[in-house]
Design a protein around this ligand. Sequence first.
Ligand code: SAH
Ligand code: SF4
Ligand code: F3S
Length: 474
Amino acid sequence: MANIIDFTNEIEQAKYSSLVKNALSHRTSSSAEIITFGCQQNEADSERIAGLCSLMGFDTNPAGSMSSDEISVAGLIIINTCAIREHAELKALSNTGRLKKLKETNPELILGICGCMVQEKHRFDQIKKSYPYVDFMLGTDSIHKLPEVLWRVISEQRRIYGVSALPHSELGVIEENMPVLRKSPFKVWVPIMYGCNNFCTYCVVPRVRGHERSRSEAAIIEEVKTLLDGGCKEITLLGQNVNSYSGENGGFVKLLENLLSLDGDFRLRFMTSHPKDASDELIELMNHPKMAKHFHLPFQAGSDRILKLMNRRYTKEKYLERALKIRQASPDCAITTDVICGFPGETAEEFEETLEVVRAVEFDTLFSFVFSPRKGTPAANFDDQISHDEKIRRFEKLTKLTNSLSEKRNSLLVGKTERVLCDTEADNEGFSGGKSSQNKLIRFQNPENQIKVGEFADVEITEAFRASLNGKLL
Ligand code: SAH
Ligand code: SF4
Ligand code: F3S
C-alpha cells in the first residue's frame, strides 16, 4: 500500500502556529486542557495535539490533569472522543454539555471536539446543531491542521470544521512531522499504522479511522532510535491490526526483528493482533529477550456461527489452536483478550461456547463488553437484538469466571522474579508500582526510592490478587 507523507504541512503548521502564538499574547489565558476518551490510538493522538498546542505557545500536557479551578480559566479545551460504544459517546457529549457554563463565564475559552466521534456524520451534525458553543471540530486524519483551524477560529470569529469525509482514499495522508508531547519519557506509544480494513460487522473503527495505512519502516525506526537515545525503556507499537503492517522492507515480523536488533535496555510491546493473522513467526518471536511477554488476542465470541456473523474470519478451533500455540511456545507469556456479550442472535448455548474458550485458555485478563449497536454498522440492523438485561446477565457471568481465572494465573507467579518498570515513587507505606513484562501491575517495597521512576527492578512476587501482585525488591 502506498504511503503519502505530507511534508508540506510542516511549513503550514509553523506558519499558523506563530500566528496563534502572537494572538495568545493578547489573551488572558494560554493554558490548554486535552480530555481523552478511548483507546491507546487516541492517547497517542492526544500527545500530538499536546505537541501542537505547545508549539502554538499553550501551556499544556497530554495527561488531561487540570483541576476544576484550572479548567475554569483555561484558554483552550479539546475533547478527544471515542465512538466504539454508545457509553463512550454519551460520556464525551455530557462532558461537552458541562463546558457550556464555562463558555458563559469565560467567553475567551476556545472549545474543540476531535477524534472518532466527529467522523460519524450523525454525531457531527448533532454537535453542529445542538452544541453551538463548540468552536471547532477536527477529524481523525486532520490533527496536523489544528494550528490552522485555531487561527481561523480566532481571526474569523466563527466555527471551523476540519473534518474530511471517510473512508480515506487508498492514498490516505500520513503526517510524519508533528511535534509530540509525551505523557511519559520512558514508556511510550508509537503508532505504526492507522485505520482498519477488517470491517467486523459490529465495529465503527473502519468507518471513523478509514482504511489501513502503514507508516514507513524507516520513519518508525528513526522515531524509536530517538526515543531510546532519550532514555525510553518501553515502546508499544500501535495499530488496529498490527499483523497487517506493510512497510518498505516487509511486514510486521520484519519490523519487529529490525526494532529488536536496536541497542539499548528496553522492551517492545504491540497492540492489537488479529487471530486470523497471528503467524507462527510472530508467536516464536515472543521469546526474544527484548519482547514483552504479553499477547493481546481478542476472540470476541466462542461460537463459529457468531464469529461468522461478526466477519471475524476464524473459527473457535483456529483461535484455540493459536492461543495454545502461544502457551506452548512461550509459557511465560500472558494472554489477554476482548469478548463481546450478547451479539445479535447469540443464543444461551452459543454464549456457553464463549465461556468454554475462556476456561480452555485461562486468560490472564479479559476485557468484556456488552454489545452496543453502532449506527452504520451491519450488526446494528441484524434481527434478534438481545435485551439489555440478558446482555448484562451474560456479562456478569463472564466477569465472575474471568476474575477467578485471573487470580489463578496470578497465583502461579508467587515465588517468581519479575522485571518491573517502576512508574510511581514510593507511597506513604514505602510501596512503588510498575508493570511487569506480562503487563501486570506489581507493587513492591522501595525503601528511599532505591529504584527511580523509569528504571527496571527485579522483584520477587510474594502475594497475588486478581488485578495486581505484591513483591519484594531483589
Ligand atoms: N482492533 C482491535 C479492537 C479495537 S476495539 C481488534 O480488532 O482487536 C476494542 C474492543 O472493543 C474490541 O475488541 C471489541 O471487543 C469491542 N467492541 C468493538 N465494537 C463494539 C461494539 N459495537 N459493542 C461492544 N463492544 C465492541
Ligand atoms: Fe474493529 Fe475488527 Fe478492525 Fe478491530 S479488526 S478495529 S474490531 S473492524
Ligand atoms: Fe479507539 Fe474508540 Fe476510535 S476505541 S479507534 S478511540 S472509536
